[in-house]
Design a protein around this ligand. Structure first.
Ligand SMILES: C[S@@+](CC[C@H](N)C(=O)[O-])C[C@H]1O[C@@H](n2cnc3c(N)ncnc32)[C@H](O)[C@@H]1O
Length: 285
C-alpha cells in the first residue's frame, strides 16, 4: 500500500483494434506513416463510450495505451531488433517484454463514427486490447530536439543506404505468389527491408545459420531460407514455421497462426523436416 492506495491496478480493455497485422513480424516496430493504412478501434458497447469520445474530432492524432497481450514474460535486458546485436535495459527500449506489458502509440485519427475510431498506421497486431485513448497535443507531447541516446547512434548508422540487395529464386517467387494469391499472406516487403539492412544471425531478428551455411529467418509463422554472397542476399525458398506434428496436434492447433495455409503449403512443398529446430514457429517482435 502506498499512502492508502492499493499497489495493484486492474485494467479492463475499452475496446479491441482491428488491424491488418496477424503476426508480430508484420507489425513495424513503430508505425510507418507513409503506408496508406486504415485500422479500426471499436469501443465496447453499453458503457457510454460514445459520450467519452465527444470533442475528440479535431485532433489529428491520439495516443493509444494498449496491452502487449501476446507476451507473457518480461526481461530486464532485451536485444532490440535494430542496431547491432547488443542487449539494452528494457526501460531504455520500446520492447514488448516489460514488467507491465503496456504499449503506447501515437496514431493518426481519421474519423470518429459512433463508438468506432478510424485510425491510420499503427504497430498493434489484430485483436490487441486497448485500455485508453488520449489526445496527442503537440505543444505538450512533442520535443523534437530531445536526445535519444543509443537510438540516435543506431539511426545515424541506419541513415546509410542498405548495404545488401535482396533477390528471390524462381521457387521463392512461385511460393510467395501462391501465398499471396491463395491466402493473402505477403511478408516480402518486410523481409526485404530486414535482409537488405543486415542478414547476419541475430536472436531477436530470428536469423540463424544452418550447418549447411544457409541462413533462416523467422517471418511470423513462416520461414525464409537464404544465402549471402558478397552484398547479395538470395532468398532460396519459403517454409512453414511449424512442423506437421504441431499442425496436427489437437492440443496446439487453436493458437497456430496461418494453420490452414501451412497445411496446404506442406502438401505442395513437403518440407525439410530434419532442419527444424526446437524454436519452430516461435514468433517475436
Ligand atoms: C516495439 S513495440 C512498440 C509499441 C509501442 N509503439 C510502444 O512504444 O510502446 C511494437 C511491436 O510490438 C509487437 N506487438 C504488436 N502488438 C502486440 C501485442 N498485442 N502483443 C505483443 N506484441 C505486440 C509487434 O511486434 C510490433 O512490431
Amino acid at each position: 500500500m502506498f499512502g492508502g492506495l492499493s499497489s495493484e491496478l486492474i485494467l479492463r480493455p475499452i475496446g479491441f483494434i482491428r488491424t491488418h497485422k496477424q503476426v508480430k513480424f508484420q507489425a513495424r516496430h513503430q508505425p510507418l506513416e507513409i503506408e496508406p493504412e486504415r485500422n479500426v478501434l471499436e469501443l465496447l458497447p453499453g458503457r457510454n463510450y460514445e459520450q467519452a469520445l465527444h470533442d475528440l474530432t479535431g485532433f489529428s492524432r491520439v495516443w493509444l495505451v494498449w496491452w502487449f497481450h501476446r507476451n507473457t514474460d518480461w526481461r530486464p535486458r532485451v536485444m532490440p531488433p535494430r542496431g547491432p546485436p547488443k542487449r539494452r535495459g528494457v526501460f531504455a527500449t520500446r520492447s514488448p517484454h516489460r514488467p507491465n506489458p503496456l504499449g503506447l502509440t501515437p496514431v493518426q485519427l481519421i474519423k470518429v463514427e459512433g463508438r468506432k475510431l478510424i485510425l491510420g498506421a499503427c504497430d498493434l497486431v489484430d485483436g490487441t486490447p486497448v485500455f485508453d485513448i488520449k489526445p496527442y497535443i503537440p505543444a505538450y507531447d512533442a520535443f523534437p530536439d530531445a536526445k535519444a541516446g543509443w537510438i540516435d547512434e543506431v539511426d545515424a548508422a541506419m541513415d546509410a543506404p542498405p548495404q545488401f540487395k535482396v533477390g528471390f529464386s524462381t521457387l521463392a517467387e512461385i511460393q510467395a505468389a501462391w501465398l499471396q494469391a491463395e491466402w493473402q499472406i505477403d511478408f516480402r516487403s518486410r523481409l526485404i527491408e530486414l535482409l537488405a539492412r543486415d542478414p547476419s544471425p541475430h536472436r531477436t531478428r530470428r536469423i540463424t545459420r544452418r550447418d549447411t551455411g544457409e541462413f533462416v529467418i523467422g517471418c511470423g509463422a513462416w520461414r525464409a531460407v537464404f544465402t549471402v554472397e558478397a552484398e547479395m542476399v538470395h532468398v532460396q525458398a519459403f517454409d512453414t514455421g511449424y512442423p506437421p506434428r504441431f499442425l496436427h496436434d489437437p492440443a496446439r492447433i487453436a493458437g497456430l497462426p496461418d494453420r490452414d495455409a501451412q497445411l496446404a503449403f506442406l502438401q505442395r512443398w513437403p518440407s525439410e523436416l530434419d532442419q527444424r529446430g526446437p524454436q519452430a514457429g516461435q514468433t517475436n517482435g
